[in-house]
Design a protein around this ligand. Structure first.
Ligand code: CMP
Length: 137
């Protein structure tokens, strides 16, 4: 079993589709290990996306991620990291395959509905950014 970290981003919460994302998560065989709605401060978002600090989109991204509530989750499944990335689709919704969450629910590369960890190390760091030991048993 593997764990990954997922976010229903502020654009998807605004569109009232938390339930659709959760439905898909359950249909794809993930177990929701931990889940919480959060209102990130700008500093929280900057800390979470610190690896992108030098990228030109960092300011817009952290502004957007702190613009409204989001839902953060720890998901578990065989091959959870790769599977969640497959279910989300490409980062840019315009390039995402039919049937993927970002194709169905995303607006553009910034407002792309969901986030998922890209590797085991980032999954561990991202899960620990939001959840403590008591949440993850
Ligand atoms: P996410 O998977 O949350 O990881 C970083 C985010 O930066 C990404 O999804 C996009 O929403 C956002 N982003 C904005 N512009 C770009 C870009 N040009 N390339 C990659 N990611 C971008």
């Amino acid at each position: 079993m593997e764990r990954t970290f997922a976010i229903v981003k502020p654009d998807a919460v605004e569109k009232n589709v938390i339930g659709r994302v959760l439905n898909r998560i359950e249909e794809e065989g993930f177990k929701v290990v931990a889940m919480r709605m959060v209102n990130l401060s700008r500093t929280d978002a900057e800390g979470f996306y610190a690896v992108h600090e030098e990228r030109p989109f960092f300011n817009d991204l952290t502004q957007f991620m702190s613009s409204g509530p989001a839902v953060v989750m720890c998901l578990e499944r065989d091959g959870a990291i790769a599977k969640w990335r497959e279910v989300m689709g490409a980062t840019n919704p315009e390039e995402a395959a039919e049937g993927t969450l970002r194709k169905q629910l995303g607006t553009n590369i910034e407002r792309n509905a969901t986030h998922g960890s890209d590797a085991p190390e980032t999954a561990a760091t991202e899960i620990a950014y939001f959840f403590g030991g008591i949440d993850l048993r």
